[in-house]
Design a binder for this molecule. Structure first.
Ligand code: GTP
Ligand code: MG
Length: 309
């Protein structure tokens, strides 16, 4: 989704740039010194420019991605780090250009190039923290699943351990980890399926958001907050999954309270589905499925088609 080149540290950038300069030879000392400075300038300039260009332009992001990046990385911090790369690029250009100008007029090439290298190194070291921050940001960006905010989206929400991943893998292409403990899913997971009707194929995005507990937003951790951001910006339909068998470890009352909160805060069509019908013995009057036996899954698929058309 966000493809960013590996970001070098200050040491690596300097090694790269000085390494290129080292290879430059010329019988004319003056020309050689100028070309070495030019090579250092170009190496650093191009690398920094590529880094800045590779990051998305934050103000044009869809609000879902904007808020997600802000939560996971921090938009202001990224902007500041990118601005410091821009600053360094300009500084390096100026230092190099000034050095070249001096070489044209003066004879002490060795002294000038030493001074230029020294000043450039200290500029690059000044942005080392920004480079490291952006390197970490790149790793986090690489883990964000590819989500199109403009494709119809179904969000599977509910308490931890109720079977959201199990349902996601039955309905879509996604193959999330399923386990008998809560908070198995630690980020947003996306799968797809197609609704076919009269030669028409409509792509639908199905998304599991990490298990939400019934608690105020300020108490929610980073993992839960990702789910709230998705619920705020993406769904055409919410499947609220309930486990009335107590197998998940949470009471039905708490789960239904969370459902009420979601209804209150998000103005989206909701299908309430009771999962684990194979063991819950039909405790509620909601739509019943079992991800284990497959009971109710086809009917749910039909209901989804109806609601999305
Ligand atoms: N008996 C029974 N067990 C089920 C059913 N659906 C899921 N499970 C089990 O319930 C447990 C939790 O399933 P997951 O699909 O990982 O639940 P989840 O809601 O994604 O959980 P988190 O990601 O941790 O919030 C696993 O042990 C599943 O095998 C079902 O219909 N019947
Ligand atoms: Mg899960």
């Amino acid at each position: 989704m966000f493809i960013i080149p590996r970001i070098m540290t200050a040491d690596e950038l300097l090694d790269m740039a000085f390494g290129r300069a080292k290879k430059i030879r010329d019988r004319d000392k003056k020309i050689m010194t100028m070309n070495k400075i030019k090579a250092v300038k170009k190496g650093l300039h191009d690398a920094l420019k590529n880094y800045v260009r590779a990051f998305p332009s934050f103000d044009n992001l869809h609000p879902f991605h904007y808020e997600l990046l802000d939560l996971l990385i921090g938009i202001n911090e990224m902007k500041k780090a990118l601005a410091s790369l821009e600053w360094a690029k300009r500084k390096i250009d100026n230092i190099a250009n000034y050095g070249i100008k001096r070489i044209r007029k003066e004879e002490n090439y060795a002294e000038i190039i030493k001074a230029v290298y020294g000043r450039i190194s200290s500029i690059v070291y000044e942005i080392d923290d920004s480079l490291k921050f952006l390197g970490d940001a790149r790793k986090k960006l690489g883990k964000i699943p590819s989500i199109s905010p403009n494709v119809p989206t179904i969000i599977i929400a509910g308490y931890p351990n109720v079977g959201k991943s199990s349902l996601l893998s039955l309905l879509s292409t996604a193959r999330p980890k399923i386990a008998s403990y809560p908070f198995t899913t630690k980020g947003i997971i996306v799968g797809h399926f197609y609704i076919e009707r009269n030669h028409d194929r409509k792509k639908v995005q199905v998304m599991e958001v990490p298990g939400l507990l019934d608690r105020p937003d300020k108490d929610r951790n980073e993992i839960e907050k990702q789910g709230i951001i998705a619920l705020r910006y993406l769904p055409s339909l919410i499947i609220f999954l309930i486990d009335a068998s107590f197998h998940c470890g949470y009471s039905l009352e708490n789960q239904l309270h969370l459902l009420e909160e979601i209804k209150k805060f998000f103005d989206v069509d909701i299908i309430i589905v009771e999962n684990k019908a194979d063991i819950s013995k039909g405790k509620t009057s909601y739509f019943k499925i079992s991800c284990k036996t497959g009971e109710g899954i086809e009917e749910l698929r039909e209901e989804i088609k109806k609601r999305l058309s």
